[in-house]
Design a protein around this ligand. Structure first.
Ligand code: ADP
Ligand code: MG
Length: 415
């Protein structure tokens, strides 16, 4: 949908365009902005027209970071509606786009800043978690043609009727990919504070290794299961339009990770690609008596679905139904179930730990290796689930990091 529009406007593929996205730490300080400017300069020198996408400056606690702005909205009055929260949150990226534009100009690069809506990003009306419907890039393309580096505020868009929306945590990645598709960019690069997609979060596993190449499917699963280096929706969008992505560091010259449809040739075959975790999960279990049947089961799941409560790791046996929900909706899930006549047992403080890899399919013994690694590390498995790309174990949250390290070691991912 994005690409059709671009071709319709121009009728042909115009320029060699690079979209470079810089995350929060890459725009936070003078020093990091200097490095970002050097990345832009290198692309200009290669003959690209450059569109930059920026996140808000810095992380929690820093003055213009998203959390700080949302904290301000929430702390003064407790009744800020999602529409106004989005208006507040969108300021962070706008500030960042102006600062980055000035940093480029100081180095003699012609640059200008655009908000997400000035860049043509149109979303649905789902405030705080909006989805991009389409991109109308003509305004942005005109400025690129005029020779400007265009700095777009990430994470934001506008509804059909003109309300400002944001795309959810990490949403600047989605902005970058959507613009990469709409502009038919030859390069779309996600610059961050780690060397690329690593075999695990380096904050948990210090000797995690950079993965040189990964498929959309694997990375999508990895991101959904907690690897926050890129937003899963950004990967889905790249897959849909076959946009090659590159994830790399603003701070080092490491090769980074190439994301493509097929594994690049030459990489050695691997069973497991990476390990990840998501904390803040609650296990919910309901025992079914002998007189309860599939009608009750249906009623249970329908009651939860009607409240749009999202369930994961769903396990159904005749005697027991179990699943997990995010902490934030656990109380609501319990209330809904009790109103429907079910009395669940609730276990808070859980984490979902997953091994990911396209190479696991059909390989015997992966589950046995997972179980033995966790057993040897003294981690209790509360529940398991699997897909064709992953095996997940629910564990007590306090054992999450131990579990990730144990699995990383078991599958020799540091080598
Ligand atoms: P940005 O602001 O650049 O978007 P994020 O904080 O959103 O940066 O994402 C980068 C962070 O993701 C890293 O600092 C790292 O701690 C974390 N991370 C989690 N899992 C992984 C992984 N498998 N590979 C790389 N980084 C990961
Ligand atoms: Mg991010």
């Amino acid at each position: 949908m994005f690409r059709d529009h671009a071709s319709r406007i121009w009728g042909f593929s115009v320029l060699a365009i690079a979209v470079l996205k810089f995350g929060g730490t890459s725009v936070a300080s003078e020093e990091s902005r200097q490095l970002a400017v050097a990345r832009v300069r290198a692309h200009l020198d290669k003959g690209y027209d450059v569109c930059v996408v920026v996140s808000a400056m810095g992380r929690k606690g820093e003055p213009y970071a998203t959390d700080t702005l949302l904290g301000l909205a929430r702390s003064l009055y407790h009744n800020t509606a999602p529409r106004e929260l989005d208006l507040m949150a969108a300021c962070g990226e706008i500030i960042s786009s102006v600062v980055m534009t000035n940093a480029l100009r100081r180095e003699g690069i012609r640059a200008l800043a655009l908000t997400g809506w000035q860049a043509g990003i149109v979303t649905d009306t789902n405030f705080t978690q909006a989805r991009i419907r389409r991109v109308e890039p003509s305004h942005l393309q005109r400025h690129l043609k005029e020779g400007f580096v265009v700095v777009v505020a990430g994470f934001q868009g506008q509804t059909e009727s003109g309300d400002i929306t944001t795309l959810g945590r990490g949403g600047s990645d989605i902005s970058a990919v959507a613009l990469g598709v709409a502009l038919e960019a030859q390069e779309t690069e996600i610059y961050t504070d780690v060397d690329g997609v690593l075999t695990a979060d380096p904050r948990v596993v210090p000797d995690a290794r950079t993965i040189p190449s990964i498929t959309y499917d694997e990375l999508c699963q990895f991101a959904h299961e907690g690897a926050k280096v890129i937003h899963p929706v950004a990967v889905e969008l790249a897959r849909r339009y076959d946009l090659q992505l590159h994830i790399r560091s603003t701070f080092s010259d490491s090769m980074g990770t190439t994301v493509t449809g097929q594994p690049l040739v030459g990489g050695h075959p691997r069973t497991v690609t990476g390990v990840t975790s998501i904390g803040g999960m609650v296990q919910v279990q309901v025992d079914f008596g002998p007189d309860q049947g599939s009608g009750d089961e249906l009623r249970l799941f329908k009651a939860l679905a009607d409240q749009r409560i999202s369930l994961d790791m769903i396990l159904v046996t005749p005697g027991r139904k179990a699943f997990i929900v995010a902490e934030g909706v656990a109380q609501e899930a319990q209330d809904v179930m009790e109103r429907a006549g079910f009395f669940p047992s609730i276990r808070p403080g859980c984490a979902k730990v997953s091994v990911i890899g396209a190479g696991m399919r059909g390989v015997p013994g992966v589950m046995a290796a997972v179980a033995s690694a966790l057993h040897d590390a003294g981690v209790r498995i509360l529940q398991t689930a699997d897909s064709h790309l992953s095996i997940s174990c629910l564990v007590p949250q306090e054992h999450s990091d131990t579990a990730v390290r144990a699995l990383h070691g078991k599958f020799h991912l540091s080598q």
